[in-house]
Design a protein around this ligand. Structure first.
Ligand SMILES: *Cc1c(COP(=O)(O)O)cnc(C)c1O
Length: 467
């Protein structure tokens, strides 16, 4: 006699395997509209209980057509990655075990798996061994975690204790960045009470990199102001890297804290072929990156690393008399913004164990090679042109209007038609004033055969639209 848990989990594994089996054949984009999704899922609140397996079956049926195929190999709109098998399975176990990974005492294995994961990621990315870390929900919260430590440290150096006195009356912090930075940095600064207007965005060069002379000129303008410098490893459209080896010593000369947004780009450091792009990144003070993008861990996986352990601890630690702390262990609550939290380390731990050092390197290399093949293949089609050839896993193409009227509108039209074909999912962006189609490859499931199929699909769309 099966109990309800067994039946519900049995349905879940059945539906999961069916979903994964169909990924190569199913349309990548949604096939139902908003009204249909609402009609199906916005049910009235139920009066009484339902059998768990019925809930699962109906959830799957109601969601049909509304699950984007981003777990598969033909999703190229954003860097979303997929899930390597061990990570997906460990993620299921994480829910089964249902640990509260805030304290060592509440989940010893979870705490130690995080210790291992933090050390492995740091090693793969070539970060300083002594850097403290936090496993957070994503790069957005990694920014918030790192920049809280940064705020703490730069104000402490001016004799201000932000943990005790907050920001009211504090010396004004200046944040300097290239204007190519990701919007999640702005939101982190807003969350931290610094506001978006504290940022001085310096126009980047034509490769989307911050110029050393520009950084120095800005620092020199107010040499004594508490300052955070934001640098980028992997710009959204081009995958560009700021020249860390030149920029960081300049920032250090002015006692600035250097934070690196490396959501996906930092993973280039795991590859012998691409590591040179991150040269000098280890000189920074804090680093934010993701597990759920290029490492192919399921969602809810980001990493924050901080060189100054004391600043990190001071900004996050929270102690309560009713909790149990272990003097020898690492209580995650001391390093994370959350109180109760998912034992998210297990999935990243499993991904790295499955791949190993060489597997991570091959994943990075393969995605870069396939991104290049995809951009070149699409770019070679009549009616398409390459705007940015990938240096890592990001590229740009555009579609000039055959009637010569409006290239931007035509490019958006082609992107929409590709999505409607179900064959691939791309997104648009405005780059140097013109609409482009972004091409990202970050999923371990993407193959050369799928890249060829996507190129053929784009070719068909172009032929159809032009006829
Ligand atoms: C995705 C991304 C972020 C935000 O990361 P989340 O994991 O979505 O919070 C920040 N910076 C860059 C460059 C990104 O690509």
């Amino acid at each position: 006699m099966q109990d309800e848990t067994t039946r519900a989990l049995g349905r879940a594994i059945h539906h999961s395997l069916q979903h994964l089996d169909q990924l190569p054949y199913a349309p990548v984009g949604p096939t139902v509209d908003l009204a249909t999704m609402r009609r199906r899922l916005l049910r009235p609140l139920g009066d009484g209980p339902l059998p768990a397996e019925q809930v699962i079956d109906e959830l799957v049926a109601d969601s049909a057509g509304g699950i984007v195929g981003s777990a598969g190999g033909r999703f190229h709109a954003w860097v979303v990655g997929g899930s390597v098998p061990a990570a997906l399975a460990a993620d299921w176990l994480t829910s089964t075990w249902d640990q509260n990974a805030g304290l060592y005492a509440a989940g010893p294995a979870a705490a130690i798996a995080e210790e291992a994961t933090g050390a492995w990621v740091s090693e793969l990315l070539g970060l300083p061994r002594q850097a403290s870390f936090a496993l957070v929900t994503g790069c957005q919260m990694a920014h918030a975690t790192c920049l809280a430590a940064a705020r703490n440290a730069v104000l402490r150096s001016k004799g201000w204790d932000v943990e005790a006195d907050g920001l009211q009356g504090a010396p004004a912090i200046r944040v300097i960045s290239g204007n190519q930075r990701h919007s999640s940095t702005t939101r982190a600064l807003r969350l931290l009470g610094l506001g978006k207007n504290c940022v001085i965005d310096i126009p980047a060069d034509d490769q989307y990199r911050l110029r050393p002379a520009d950084l120095e000129a800005e620092l020199r303008r107010e040499p004594d102001r508490p300052t955070i410098v934001l640098l980028l490893a992997g710009e959204l459209c081009t995958g560009s890297f700021d020249p860390f080896r030149e920029l960081i010593p300049i920032a250090k000369k002015y006692n600035a804290w250097v934070h690196v947004d490396g959501a996906f780009g930092l993973w280039a450091a795991a590859s012998a072929r691409f590591r040179h792009l991150t040269d000098g990144v280890d000189l920074a003070d804090s680093w934010a990156t993701d597990g759920h993008k290029w490492l192919n861990v399921p969602y809810d996986s980001g990493f924050a690393f901080v060189r100054d352990n004391a600043a990190h601890l001071a900004s996050m630690s929270s102690r309560e008399s009713y909790l149990i702390y272990d003097g020898n262990a690492r209580d995650q609550m001391d390093w994370n913004p959350e109180f109760s939290r998912r034992a998210r380390g297990f999935a990243a731990y499993a991904a790295i164990r499955q791949l190993g050092r060489s597997g991570v390197e091959q994943l990075v290399d393969r995605c870069c090679d396939l991104a290049l093949a995809l951009v070149r293949g699409v770019g070679a089609l009549p009616g398409a042109e390459i705007v940015w050839e990938p240096q890592i896993n990001q590229g740009l193409v555009r579609f000039p209007d055959p009637a010569g009227l409006d290239d931007n509108a035509w490019t958006d039209k082609v992107i929409a038609a590709i999505l409607a074909s179900g064959e691939a999912f791309f997104g648009g962006t405005t780059w140097h004033g013109s609409r482009c189609m972004r091409v990202s490859v970050s999923n371990w499931r993407t193959t050369q055969a799928e890249v060829d199929r996507v190129i053929a699909a784009v070719e068909n769309v172009l032929k159809r639209l032009e006829s």
